[in-house]
Design a protein around this ligand. Structure first.
Ligand SMILES: Cc1cc2nc3c(=O)[nH]c(=O)nc-3n(C[C@H](O)[C@H](O)[C@H](O)COP(=O)(O)OP(=O)(O)OC[C@H]3O[C@@H](n4cnc5c(N)ncnc54)[C@H](O)[C@@H]3O)c2cc1C
Length: 286
């Protein structure tokens, strides 16, 4: 999805209802959940879709506005006849300019994280494909996410629970964060994912870095190796659908680990190509 090509002509003024930090104060990572009241005239958002946020642009660059996308982090709820509640899960981002070496604040994420209750936010969209539930009620789902990539799955699992009581497949959530503190929706501040679904066939695997304070990456190997064979069988089964969400590097990391699970990168690449060709591999990467 190229930002420059998105149609932003229809804009909607949302209002911040709540904003709360969902990583503990002692975590170096600040992620906030914002609840926004959105006019009901805005097209409906579904699991897997994102809304555009128009933050004020950088005057030094003569930029009027700064557009960034945020995935809906729950199914929208009706507030009243005029308004719908949307949840976003926003990580406060900083980045280091690769030429100057200077640290900058991410414009849209800081803007959103600094909004207060009652403030207005201009939204566009929604954009992107909806996570569709397979027609087969016995299908198994493997949902893999790191960091804020968990957001669309909260909406997806909620939709399955609310709208598809006949769905009998297993949902296997594989969820990574740098540390236990940063494991969104499964940490000491907010732990709703463990109780999120009432279904029996829900499994969660969590992955963290071995030494997060040394800025190590998420140790997917340690999390997935103990269940390598069941995972391989699930990925070979004809009714398994895989979803992958979060920052782009997760794709290579998961390919590397599944390459080990399948005995070689080439064997896994062949299987993955079959999953893609069969419409059973979905990505929401950024
Ligand atoms: C389809 C889509 C869905 C997205 N959904 C979400 C979401 O639900 N929550 C969310 O926080 N962000 C999400 N993002 C990322 C978001 O759009 C912004 O790119 C991010 O907030 C940084 O924007 P900025 O203006 O603050 O900083 P920028 O000036 O754009 O730069 C920020 C720096 O932070 C890095 N970065 C971007 N996003 C993240 C992240 N989530 N975690 C760690 N580092 C990051 C970038 O690589 C860049 O180096 C999504 C992006 C896309 C394309």
């Amino acid at each position: 999805m190229r930002l420059q090509e998105l149609d932003t002509s229809r804009r909607f003024r949302a209002e911040v209802l709540t904003s709360r930090r969902i990583t503990p104060a002692r975590s170096p990572v600040e992620v906030r959940e914002l609840e926004l009241a959105v006019p009901s005239g805005m097209p409906g958002c579904d699991a897997g879709q994102s809304v555009g946020v128009l933050a004020p642009g950088d005057p030094e660059l003569s930029q009027a506005e700064h557009l960034r996308l945020y995935t809906v982090a729950d199914m929208p709820q009706t507030i009243d006849s005029d308004r719908v509640k949307l949840k976003l899960c926003v990580r406060r981002c900083d980045y280091v300019d690769r030429y100057s070496g200077e640290r900058y604040q991410g414009r849209a994420s800081h803007y959103l994280c600094d909004r207060h209750v009652g403030d207005a936010v201009v939204l566009t969209g929604p954009y992107g494909d909806i996570f569709r539930l397979p027609d087969d009620p016995q299908a198994d789902l493997i949902l893999i996410a790191a960091g804020t990539g968990i957001a669309p799955y909260r909406a997806f699992i909620r939709r399955i629970d609310d709208d598809h009581p006949d769905f009998q497949g297993t949902i296997h959530l594989i969820h990574g964060g740098r540390s236990r503190l940063d494991l969104l929706y499964q940490n000491e501040v907010l732990d709703d994912l463990s109780q999120y679904t009432t279904r029996d066939r829900f499994r969660a695997t969590t992955a963290v870095a071995e030494r997060p304070h040394w800025s190590e990456n998420i140790d997917w190997d340690a999390a997935l190796e103990p269940q390598a064979e069941p995972l391989r069988q699930a990925l070979l089964a004809p009714h398994t659908y895989v979803y992958l969400a979060g920052l782009e590097p997760i794709r290579d990391e998961i390919d590397r680990v599944l390459g080990k699970t399948f005995g070689s990168i080439e064997t896994w690449a062949r299987r993955k190509a079959e999953l893609i060709a069969g419409g059973r591999w979905h990505e929401l990467l950024y």
